[in-house]
Design a protein around this ligand. Sequence first.
Ligand SMILES: O=c1ccn([C@@H]2O[C@H](COP(=O)(O)OP(=O)(O)O[C@H]3O[C@H](CO)[C@@H](O)[C@H](O)[C@H]3O)[C@@H](O)[C@H]2O)c(=O)[nH]1
Ligand SMILES: [Mn+2]
Length: 446
Amino acid sequence: MSSNSHGLPLHTHKPSRRTTANRIFAVVYGCATLALLSHHALSLLNSTTLTSFFITLTFLISDSILAFMFATTQSFHMRPIYRKEFPENLRRVVKESDFPALDVFISTADPHKEPPMNVVNTALSVMAYDYPIQKVSVYVSDDGGSALTLFALMEAAKFASHWLPFCRKNNIVECSPEAYFAIDRDSHLSDQVENIKVMYKRMKARVKNVTERGKVAHEYITGEEEIQAFNKWTEEFTRQDHPTVIQVLLESNKDKDITGNLMPNLIYVSREKSKTSTHHFKAGALNVLLRVSAIMTNAPIILTLDCDMHSNDPQTARRALCYILDPEVRPKLGYVQFPQLFRGINKNDIYACEHKRLFQIDPMGMNGLSGSNHLGTGCFFTRRAFFGGPSNFLPPEIPQLSPNNLVDKHIWSSEVMELAYCVAACNYENNTNWGLKVSQLNFCLL
Ligand SMILES: O=c1ccn([C@@H]2O[C@H](COP(=O)(O)OP(=O)(O)O[C@H]3O[C@H](CO)[C@@H](O)[C@H](O)[C@H]3O)[C@@H](O)[C@H]2O)c(=O)[nH]1
Ligand SMILES: [Mn+2]
């Protein structure tokens, strides 16, 4: 348990009640396995015919493999723990105005395999976080380099001006509209819900229409800024070969929702691609977002999300802060991983599609040892963690990329934009420490 100066804990943990049973089971099962393996070994030595020798050898090999698998997973069952956070106690440690800024990275790679509406829902679910809104920046990395995804995000930016105040006013927990509207709602909200549902359905129809046609028709493009943005998709622009596109769709100190409150930054980034460079897939995309976000906002906390993994609790960022702002935990903390849950799977999950062992059981077991593994999505990193261990800071090649750098310029300023384009270039990492020493993402399982 960790308490702040007022004795109120930010987070607690308790061991699972299954711990003792797990340990007894491991000992009994381990002994039985050893007995079985020694029996196989003895039978092998005493085998009289060639056939019985090979049959026993097969048993010995297959049971040894199973025993190895059993042994290597037992540590996960020795000390599983349940963690609980108390975001309501945060205000006693730090004022809301002093919360660290948060940069959210959402990656998408193909508008036909990963429908842009998924990206929109994921983005809206984090834009609606219960967090000082001008501190939140949502970056979407589009490795598909698709105008369709940009169009969907432009629509999301407009819809957000209605959706964010709706979520705030009604304390909505499920802030992905698709997930929210999939459940029947209380009747006292019905008029409001109906209105916003119609708005959502219209947006969805427009995005679907554009995706099916494969291009953004003129009738959907309004305003000079949008025309200029889509003009970047020239004849030569292909998915594998195109210049960087960075488009600020919402700006937190300028754009307001329909109730007059500010909205978070929403930024579309499609990094430069060329057929002659290696791109390192998702790792490459995250590396570019790390650099571009450093130039534009440089938040000390980073949340990574796959485009099909929305956040299902607006308190999530505050929950992560319960660990990140704990002075006892902070010096050694690299990331806070949230579990992955799946929607739309049948109630009893007869096909085990939830991957419970991978995404819920094993991480809980590791949590009781030295900490959960990284699950690829739903993970809050400290930006500092990408620049070497706690005692060996690896400085990036330019000071603007350093986690300590304070961004004091407007994200639209030409200086910021020029540098952001420069660090998003596909040959930026050549002859630099990126991917090798600083942010070793290229060599990690993401
Ligand atoms: O060139 C690429 C390829 C993929 N992605 C993104 O990476 C994410 C994951 O890729 P995906 O192909 O969807 O992998 P999955 O098998 O669905 O996801 C599992 O495996 C991934 C790779 O190990 C992890 O990142 C995920 O968290 C985990 O759920 C998606 O958001 C993609 O858009 C890119 O940005 N650029
Ligand atoms: Mn996926």
